[in-house]
Design a protein around this ligand. Structure first.
Ligand code: CA
Ligand code: CA
Length: 503
């Protein structure tokens, strides 16, 4: 009994701590201009004790091929033609809300299918053809569509589709004909879980995505926004997924719902205490977990009396793990370098803009002043310079967009074996190289044109080309040659005479 008492004490301490954390969060929010944000545990799930002993998720129903476990819900396993979904049991009545969903879409194929959907609908869409959930829904679906049904090479994509209960989802066109907003994001096979933050506040639905490339949980990027969106006043939150001929694992790690209250409006009163029946049930669950944990701990210590602290597999990493880690770290570095390069390009662009505006001002001044003064650059020349400058600006802009695309590409590169990604990156670098060449050429042009024509340095006058042979020199030369020739003949004659005498 002493063990149970300790467990109960632990539980209440933990509950108190959680309440304090929430209260702290609420206090911080109240100080800011933003809405009051309250965690709604009846519309949320999260590991590490996600399921009860009977395999059910408290306050949620799951259908189809969904498999809840302690730390996640596998909405579909990576098998062909699977469908699964999870829905809140109760309808929420929040006028404004926010959900934070953490999930992983993983598969061994370069392409996956079909995708995952986050829902807010009037009724639970327990079974159906729209990413594992029912069609003709009344509410909104945010689709993470992996497979490119319309062949426009624009998947994976995030699409928001609203429905009043009468619309049939246009699966063949990836819902592009019905999309209220969308953004292209690769959410498959990321090193960290992908996070989606969907906010419905003052009739505006906003979707932010953390693409799972860094461990930073708050690294959200804007994806899409729909204004003046009317949603049913009461509805179920849900998440569903489906596979087709191709298949991915669709795993949801957490689904956290918050009720938002506009500043100045009355903050909802906390829920009444947990019903006695539920309380007993959870208490029992908790004690069960606690006992099991203690038992496992004791067993482990008996079996491994010399091991302290962390288990061995956490201390050592395998060769494969290390390689993966190194590749990932390398890619992160590339990512950062390109980001920095992008910033530097921005700075260059700014400088160019300033230069152009300065030149334009100068032209304006000249235009109003006395035209055509000696030693000044002509109007035409300045115009040419401005045009060239504009061309350079355009090129740098193009380069910037190229860099942006490359950045996205690098973010999109997956683990080793993504040959196509690498190929495309190489292509991009080649493109950038070409752009750089164009910019270089333009700058050379610019340098040439910048030099006013009348200031071009003149070559010094060359002295008259010297005539190599004057008449006098010629005669002297001929005379010297003649003397030498005669001398030689005389010498030869003497030698021959001497030789004859000898014989
Ligand atoms: Ca699709
Ligand atoms: Ca498509």
């Amino acid at each position: 009994m002493a063990g149970a008492g300790r467990a109960r004490g632990g539980l209440w301490r933990r509950l108190l701590l959680v309440l304090l954390v929430w209260a702290g969060g609420a206090g911080a929010d109240a100080g800011a201009v933003g809405p009051h944000r309250r965690f709604e545990y009846k519309y949320s799930f999260k590991g590490p004790h996600l399921v009860q002993a009977d395999g059910a998720v408290p306050f949620w129903v799951h259908t189809g091929n969904a498999i809840p476990s302690a730390d996640q819900i596998r909405i579909t396993p990576s098998l062909k033609s699977q469908r699964g979904s999870v829905w809140t049991k109760n309808k929420s009545v929040f006028e404004n809300w926010e959900v934070e969903v953490t999930f992983r879409v993983t598969g061994r194929g370069r392409i996956g299918a079909d995708g995952l959907a986050i829902w807010y609908t009037e009724d639970q869409g327990l079974e159906g053809p729209v990413f594992g959930a029912a069609d003709d829904w009344n509410g909104v679906g945010v689709f993470f569509d992996s497979f490119d049904n319309d062949g426009k090479k624009n998947n994976p994509v995030v699409v928001i589709v609203g429905n009043n209960g009468k619309l049939h989802y246009d699966h063949q066109n990836d819902g592009s004909t019905q999309a209220l907003a969308s953004c292209q994001r690769d959410f498959r096979n990321k090193p960290y879980p992908v996070r989606a933050k969907i906010t419905y506040y003052q009739k505006t639905l906003t979707v932010l995505i953390n693409n799972g490339f860094t461990p930073d949980k708050e690294d959200y990027e804007f994806c899409a926004k729909v204004e003046d969106m009317m949603l049913p006043p009461q509805g179920h939150f849900g998440i569903s997924a489906a596979t087709g001929g191709l298949a991915d694992d669709h795993d949801v790690l957490s689904f956290l719902t918050f009720q938002l209250t506009e500043p100045g409006k009355e903050v909802p009163v906390p829920d009444a205490e947990i019903p006695e029946k539920d309380k007993e049930k959870y208490q029992e669950e908790f004690e069960h977990f606690q006992q099991e944990l203690d038992k496992k701990k004791e067993e482990f210590q008996k079996e491994h009396p010399d091991v302290q602290g962390q288990p061995a597999e956490d201390i050592y990493e395998s060769v494969g793990d290390r390689e993966l880690r190194q590749i990932f770290e390398g890619q992160n570095r590339i990512h950062l370098e390109i980001k920095q390069l992008n910033r530097q390009l921005d700075m260059i662009l700014d400088e160019q803009r300033r230069y152009v505006s300065a030149v334009t001002e100068e032209i304006a001044k000249r235009g109003s002043g006395v035209p055509g003064q000696q030693g000044q650059v002509s109007q035409q020349e300045v115009d040419t310079i401005v045009k060239t400058q504009e061309e350079v600006l355009r090129q740098v802009n193009e380069m910037k967009s190229s860099m942006g695309e490359t950045l996205q590409l690098v973010s999109g590169i997956q683990h080793p074996g993504a040959a196509a990604g690498v190929y495309e990156t190489t292509q991009h670098f080649n493109d950038i190289k070409e752009h750089l060449h164009v910019v270089k050429r333009d700058i050379e042009h610019l340098v040439q044109r910048n030099m006013p024509s009348n200031e071009k340095p003149k070559c010094p006058e060359l002295p008259p080309f010297p005539s190599c042979l004057s008449t006098t020199h010629f005669f002297i030369f001929v005379a010297v040659q003649t003397v030498l020739f005669i001398g030689y003949i005389m010498y030869r004659t003497q030698q021959e005479a001497a030789a004859k005498k000898f014989f």
